[in-house]
Write a protein that binds this ligand. Structure first.
Ligand code: CUA
Length: 334
């Protein structure tokens, strides 16, 4: 009589595709949607390993079903030749075949790793990205300093020098490159290239404390002319404030803001927190967790812990006039 699949086995098999789908969030960047050459070779490797695993999975499944159906027969077998039949098969399928598959996969992976590591020395743009708890400082050769948003010219290979100011972080833009650790006292390098203009989400990929999951950044790939204009503007000191913005500048200088932040073109030159010289040109706040709006800026100033629990920025208590002036000052930092 034919034996049916055991119910627990059938249930676990039917749950598998659901479990795999659970890992997909609609707005999360995917390594399976590469937008640059480095990510494309990682994607090819991913699919190769996926199909190898899938075929092995099907074979194991078929053998398991066959074994479950034949269980009675083997137990009842008088002639033990049927049992012995398994021995060379186990050696072949359990040792030789996995060895060949793993060796081939290892050699191909080494090839991809070598391809990713041999970034040519031809990049004419080098950007320094320092990981901080919990944001990213970005420096350009012309003196521009910004935070969280990394602009690059589209279609060009850009060298990124990665450092850390405190603990180990990891720089990861799934659609463009593999992850690379940012280790205190060390400089790690990788190259970024985006094939088409767009915004690519990056994420810290090494647990680094309370706000690790909110340590986000954006790579903005844009045509060369737009990039040149942007980077030239970012290198400039700020414009002279007037009116309420001028009063706001005084609020900035008289409160704790000046102790941590720089606004080039003013006396504020501290480097503990993000450089705010062109704050209003950025689209997000708090390491890309909030849109850069007046309301969010006010929230971040008055109650930073409600936005990013664990952040070292202290709350600032201001009268509503002072806060409005300060917001006017910050919002004209374009
Ligand atoms: Cu920085 Cu996790």
């Amino acid at each position: 009589m034919r034996k049916r699949l055991r119910p627990e086995l059938a249930i676990s098999l039917s749950v598998l595709p659901l479990a795999m789908l659970g890992a997909c969030a609609s707005d999360a960047p995917s390594v399976l949607e590469p937008a640059g050459p480095a990510a494309a070779s990682v994607e090819r490797l991913w699919w190769l390993l996926f199909w190898i695993s899938f075929v092995v999975f099907l074979i194991v499944l078929a053998l398991m079903v066959r074994a479950l159906r034949g269980r009675g027969r083997i137990e009842d077998a008088v002639d033990d030749s049927e049992v012995r039949w398994g021995e060379p098969f186990v050696a072949l399928a359990g040792v030789v075949v996995p060895w060949i598959i793993l060796t081939v996969a290892f050699i191909i992976s080494l090839g991809v790793m070598k391809e990713l590591a041999t970034a040519e020395e031809s990049e004419d743009l080098t950007i320094e990205v320092e990981g901080r708890m919990w944001w990213w400082e970005v420096r350009y050769p012309n003196g521009a300093v910004t935070a969280t948003e990394i602009h690059i010219p589209v279609g060009e290979r850009v060298r990124i020098k990665l450092t850390s100011a405190d603990v180990i972080h990891s720089f990861w833009v799934p659609e463009l490159q593999v992850k690379l650790d940012q280790v205190p006292g060390r400089v790690n390098e990788l190259s970024l290239q985006a094939n088409k203009p767009g915004r690519y989400r990056g994420q810290c990929a090494e647990y680094c404390g309370l706000q690790h999951a909110n340590m986000i950044f954006t790579v903005i790939a844009e045509p060369r002319a737009e990039f040149d204009a942007w980077v030239a503007n970012e290198a400039k000191p700020t414009v002279t404030a007037a009116g309420s913005a001028l009063r706001g500048r005084d609020v900035f200088m008289d409160n704790s803001c000046v102790g941590c932040h720089a606004v080039r073109g003013t006396e504020a030159g501290a480097e503990l927190g993000p450089d705010l010289t062109h704050l209003a040109s950025r689209s997000t706040l708090g390491s890309a967790i909030l849109p850069n709006t007046r309301e969010n800026l006010a929230r971040l100033i008055t109650d930073p812990q409600s936005v990013k629990p664990g952040v070292t920025m202290p709350p600032t208590s201001l009268s509503s006039d002072e806060l409005n002036d300060l917001l006017d000052f910050l919002q004209q930092l374009t």
